[in-house]
Design a protein around this ligand. Sequence first.
Ligand SMILES: Nc1ncnc2c1ncn2[C@@H]1O[C@H](COP(=O)(O)OP(=O)(O)OP(=O)(O)O)[C@@H](O)[C@H]1O
Ligand SMILES: [Mg+2]
Length: 346
Amino acid sequence: MERTREGQPEHTALLGDWAIGKTTLLMHWRRLQRQVGDAVVLTMAYPLTPDQFLSSLVVAIEAELATDWSGRLDLEVGLDLGVADARVRRPARSRDQELRATMRRLVDQRGGQDRAVVVFVDDIDLVSGPGDVLLQLRASALELYAGDVAFALVVAASSSLFAEVRSAHEPLVRFFQPLPLGPLDAPAAERAITGPLAETPVRFDAEVIGQIVELSGGRPYYLQKLAYHAFDAAESGRVSPTEFAGSFERAFASVSQEIFAGRWAAMSAIERQVVGVTARSTEPRPSGEIEAEAALRGIQPPTTRQALRRLVAHGHVDRISDGMRGRYSVGDRLFRRYLELQTCEP
Ligand SMILES: Nc1ncnc2c1ncn2[C@@H]1O[C@H](COP(=O)(O)OP(=O)(O)OP(=O)(O)O)[C@@H](O)[C@H]1O
Ligand SMILES: [Mg+2]
């Protein structure tokens, strides 16, 4: 944002797996920016066509323009004209022209000295054909620069966003700086447990906190589930490893039902086998090893490779790249446990 204010806009793609904290971070940024007087529009994308999405973005920007006038009458008058103008002319304009005109008005009315104008779009990959939408946003932003304005776009999406927009990949990756959002590190995960607890009469044993941190892998959703059920199991204000063991099973059952069952149901028979093979080792393994093991179950190596790619794109399997080659594992401890239970021989 500093750089954007200095006239070198840095557009950003906040990328992270499901429930990793993207929306929370966008809202946090919005708060910080409003505090320093920047103009912020935060929109959430839905499963829409690109055209529907762009028009919903126009509406969101207009809504932002229509609020918080802070008693500035001059702006109010100009704004009224602006909105009326947009309404009258809408049918005659194409969607992207309309978006540009609205963005231009946002910048004219809300930008200015030391003020950045930022448009956040959460979950942009829910729009069908996110590549087209990103290209349109890019084109609109590039047009605004002619006027030398502090304007930035921040989009949030799952980690596979840029892999999905193949042909548009190059220009988009250059334009939207990828900013990966990963799990919390251990000290932050610990604070996420102990901070809220401090406001209650309940305490978790240090060993329990350690186990929750480790089992969660720093994923906020798991931290919440595990800590919630542990809290519920407290005996006279204390959760020891004994109480935790029972509460873990309830937390695990709840995550399995809410997340893993749907994930499993959406996988093909081949993907189930390949993810099962991958999950058998806790250490990341090269694709060759997984292919060899899958071959014993009658799956051809190219098929295994393809399934691995899809599993990585969905965030079910982690790929650690060392140079050109990748190593694969299921880093999510809870999901690995679910897979063990699914695939164990009766
Ligand atoms: N830094 C954090 N520390 C602790 N909890 C967090 C943190 N960030 C997010 N959370 C919690 O994790 C949960 C998921 O966060 P959030 O909805 O922001 O994730 P998301 O990446 O937007 O998810 P989705 O993929 O569903 O869009 C929320 O309940 C949120 O309160
Ligand atoms: Mg979200």
